[in-house]
Design a protein around this ligand. Structure first.
Ligand SMILES: [Zn+2]
Length: 647
């Protein structure tokens, strides 16, 4: 029964929405950083676009690193009034929430939705600041991130766009601060897991005090403390202890600092600061307006609803959009992407295939098409990786600032072992443009390792050494650091091996020269009765290809010893056992007098049961654990040979 009622309501909802469309003219206005769409008047949409561009430019004055173009652009939906906005508001306790606007962040897209006839709500500026700061070089600690977002949330443009006002006091925060106060040390230690942190409500002492401290550091005494703040944040970002960074940056202890902040709060007169906007940018001129088709406006609303997690409502919009215009690609892209998030992979792939066929200029469609192909890609299916690579390159050509495409391109290159040097160059450029993208940094380091540049890779991941707010990034950075260390150990082992061989060869040459000289002397002096010199026979019996390697009983625990990664080229079984392994650009040999002491273990489907003595048809990736020996001809004595999937 309940379900039927819901179904009827949904139908009514759809009808209601479509009636709205029939009556409304929807417009699209493209500004530098925003795609504004809506049923509000052109002048109202332009005004919203101008305000948001001014806000972004104003923020860029104090933080020039934020001046780069936003990626992806933010989609702003401007409703003409509250009645047309209501069906798309976030639902709170079963009803549309009482908000004048909201910011919907997403992995691939950010949205702002608001009515044209109200002031931009604080929450939009707050979340907008987050969207701008998350891509900058050094991630901010929680208090600084929230403090900045709150500080800018009261942003106002004055004097007809010539000045901006930053730092208007927030009454709720002041009230909270008069009731309680956290020690500065506690405040600075708050992270996203902390009970003080509640992004949902943005209330409580953490938000209030983060705001106050940021206000104090940014705006007090003619902004004299601002350089100290910048210094403090960069010290903390490099992993320096909070206490030490504090003393070094602020030149005083935290007790003194706390007193200053409390005094500042107690004054009740938070200075709001007017900044002159150097040159009034004529955002209006940059904005291009065009009417939206019905399918386009349905698509934009569907995309917004889908990112809000309102999948049923979104689907209704998408279906309608397709029925109105079956050739509009973005609908398939966004609909398909929603299916990706729902885990409906077959449907997702179908929709995304249509998306790339219908509209080759939609970067999202190409990206998510590749994304879906990745989901069940078989490592051995080269053609699939080539298709993925094509679509990722198209994505990058269409949207050079869209980082996930670079990340996946790196992945494809690593898995298929194709175009690795070219991919490294592409990733380097992308990271240069957005040094705060940690995934990109990690991926570039992986590609560099594959390209045999462990030292450079180490430099690249160095800034991630002290990441504490993201476990996944931290773990991946550690495992990359391990891989780098193994590479370097390998290289060192090969260098040592080559040195020993060179020294041994020099010794042999010297010995031979001496014995030749002795022979000449002997010929001259036929009376010598020195015994004939015995030459060691160094020719080996040819390897028998049919003989197989018997392996020692496998012990689960790895034996203690050094490790080296490489590709096994041959197994010489003539005198004990000699393994020839390609490591980097050179070869090394390992030898055991008693082959039964060597364990052979396979971690890959490619090697099972046995391997033959002799030259291998194809070199096999191995990790060899060995004990260093004194024989200069060999790297050491192999204890265990592990066959792996590594390249
Ligand atoms: Zn926040």
């Amino acid at each position: 029964m309940k379900r039927r009622i819901l179904a009827i309501l949904t139908v009514i909802g759809i009808l209601g929405i479509s009636n709205t469309y029939a009556a409304d003219k929807w417009l699209s206005i493209r500004s530098k950083n925003f795609i504004l769409v809506g049923n509000a008047s052109e002048s109202a949409i332009r005004r919203v676009g101008r305000t948001l561009e001014e806000f972004k430019a104003g923020y860029g004055i104090l933080f020039p690193s934020a001046a780069q173009q936003l990626s992806p652009p933010i989609t702003v939906v401007v409703f003409k009034d509250d009645a047309s906005f209501r069906p798309y508001k976030p639902v709170y306790q079963g009803k549309p929430a009482n908000v004048a606007g909201f910011f919907q962040a997403g992995e691939d897209a950010n949205f702002i939705a608001l009515t044209a006839d109200t002031e931009t709500p604080r929450v939009i500026y707050h979340e907008f600041i987050h969207a701008m700061t998350k891509d900058t070089g050094t991630p901010l600690p929680a208090w600084a991130s929230e403090g900045l977002a709150e500080l800018y949330s009261t942003f106002e443009i004055e004097s007809n766009g010539k000045e901006m006002l930053v730092g208007k006091a927030i009454a709720d925060h002041l009230q909270t601060l008069h009731q309680s106060f956290l020690s500065v040390n506690t405040l600075f230690a708050v992270n996203h897991a902390s009970p003080f942190y509640n992004e949902g409500t943005k209330q409580g002492i953490f938000y209030a005090e983060s705001w106050a401290v940021m206000h104090y550091l940014m705006l007090s005494n003619n902004r004299q403390r601002q350089p100290q703040l910048v210094k403090f944040l960069s010290l903390v970002a490099t992993g320096k202890d909070i206490d030490d960074s504090f003393t070094e940056a602020f030149q005083e202890d935290s007790t003194r600092f706390e007193k200053d902040v409390q005094e500042y709060i107690g004054r009740f007169a938070f200075p709001a600061v007017l900044f002159k906007l150097q040159s009034k940018i004529d955002f209006d001129k940059e904005m291009q307006a065009s009417p939206l088709t019905e399918a386009q406006s349905l698509y934009y609303i569907g995309d917004l609803l889908s990112h809000m997690g309102r999948h049923d409502a979104a689907e209704a919009q998408f279906q309608k959009a397709i029925s109105v215009d079956a050739n509009f690609g973005p609908t398939y892209a966004s609909f398909g992407l929603m299916r990706v998030r729902e885990g409906k992979r077959d449907e997702a792939l179908q929709l995304l295939t249509k998306a790339v066929q219908a509209d080759s200029n939609n970067y999202m469609a190409h990206y998510y098409y590749a994304f879906m192909l990745q989901a069940d890609a078989d490592i051995s299916d080269k053609s699939r990786f080539l298709t993925m690579r094509d679509h990722l390159k198209k994505t990058i050509a269409l949207a050079p600032a869209y980082a996930p495409a670079y990340d996946m391109l790196g992945y494809v290159s690593l898995v298929s072992a194709e175009e690795l040097p070219q991919t490294e160059e592409i990733l380097k450029k992308a990271l240069n443009a957005a040094p705060g993208k940690r995934e990109l940094r990690l991926r570039l380091a992986e590609v560099m390792i594959a390209n045999n540049e462990p030292i450079a890779a180490r430099v690249i991941i160095a800034p991630l050494k002290n990441v504490t707010d993201d476990d996944a990034v931290q773990r991946r950075a550690e495992s990359i650091a391990d891989a780098i260390q193994r590479r370097l150990d390998n290289e060192q082992a090969v260098r040592d091996y080559n040195d020993r061989q060179r020294i041994a060869a020099e010794a042999r040459t010297k010995e031979e020269a001496e014995s030749a000289a002795a022979l000449r002397n002997a010929k001259r002096d036929e009376t010598s009765d020195e015994p004939p010199r015995i030459r060691r026979n160094e020719t080996t019996t040819p390897a028998d290809d049919s003989s197989t390697v018997e392996t020692a009983t496998i012990k689960l625990k790895r034996p203690a010893g050094r490790e080296i990664d490489g590709a096994l080229i041959s197994i010489d079984c003539s005198k004990g056992m000699t393994l020839r392994v390609r490591v980097g650009n050179g070869n090394v040999e390992l030898h055991a007098d008693d082959p039964s002491k060597i364990e052979f273990i396979s971690y890959t489907k490619g090697v099972s049961d046995f391997v033959s003595c002799g030259q291998l048809k194809t070199a096999l990736p191995v990790t060899i654990i060995y004990r260093a020996g004194s024989d200069p001809r060999f790297l050491g004595q192999p204890l265990r040979v592990e066959f792996t999937d590594k390249k």
